[in-house]
Design a protein around this ligand. Structure first.
Ligand code: PRP
Ligand code: URA
Length: 208
């Protein structure tokens, strides 16, 4: 199974602040961005490299560079926008896509209301961003949309994952690695992750 629970003291520290009930929207968004940057670094740790001859101010040397253009960043709306802000500080030149998805509160099924993907997607691959992997319906819907757009090379980054969502994603898309800051205990009867951090979109945008 391709699940990576990122082992980083700073990520754990920031996630604890994110989980706190009293953390207000502006702070919540800032933390989400910071975690987004750290998760992006981790998810792209092993991108293929090549060597290039360069001149430093002192000498000539052969130094590593990325072998191919960096992957596209794709945010699942709305809460993925919080992660995207941080991811873009690390990859400022990456093309960006958006997948608008909302869960039905009763059935928990995700429905798509918007899709805008960069043309470079199939050539570059994608890092898909959403802070919450709960039932996995939203992530699965987004991966299907990316696949239909022609890319097989997809990584998924989230902040909190539930075992139910991980099971669904790894069964349906065993070739999509998942990078998460935490694997939580379970979903409650309303489909919320426990202990979780509540509704990420509402907390991010102050719509609670
Ligand atoms: C939340 C969250 C994820 C989704 C996860 O979005 O941001 O996208 O739920 O749940 P799932 O794994 O069960 O699909 P929501 O539908 O609340 O929309 P929002 O981000 O606009 O608030
Ligand atoms: N979406 C959220 O924002 N939070 C959860 O706990 C589950 C789905």
């Amino acid at each position: 199974m391709s699940l990576h629970v990122v082992d980083h003291a700073l990520i754990r520290h920031k996630l604890t602040a994110l989980r706190r009930r009293e953390t207000q929207s502006a702070h919540f968004r800032r933390l989400l961005g910071e975690i987004g940057a750290l998760l992006t670094m981790e998810a792209l740790r092993a991108l293929p490299e090549s060597q290039q001859r360069i001149d430093t101010p002192l000498v000539a040397m052969v130094a590593p560079i990325l072998a191919a253009p960096e992957p596209c960043l794709v945010a699942i709306l709305r809460a993925g926008l919080g992660l995207l802000e941080g991811a873009r500080t690390v990859l400022p030149d990456a093309p960006v896509g958006h997948v608008g998805l909302v869960r039905d509160e009763t059935t928990l099924a995700a429905s798509q209301y918007m899709l805008r993907l960069p043309p470079e997607l199939s050539a570059r691959g994608a890092l898909l961003l959403d802070p919450m992997l709960a039932t996995g319906g939203s992530a699965a819907n987004a991966v299907r949309a990316l696949r239909q757009a022609g890319t097989r090379d997809i990584r998924f980054a989230c902040v909190v994952a539930a075992p139910e969502g991980v099971a669904r994603m790894t069964a349906e898309f065993p070739d999509v690695p998942i990078y998460t800051a935490a694997l939580d205990e379970r979903l409650n009867e309303h489909g919320y992750i426990v202990p979780g951090l509540g509704d990420a979109g509402d907390r991010c945008f102050g719509t609670e």
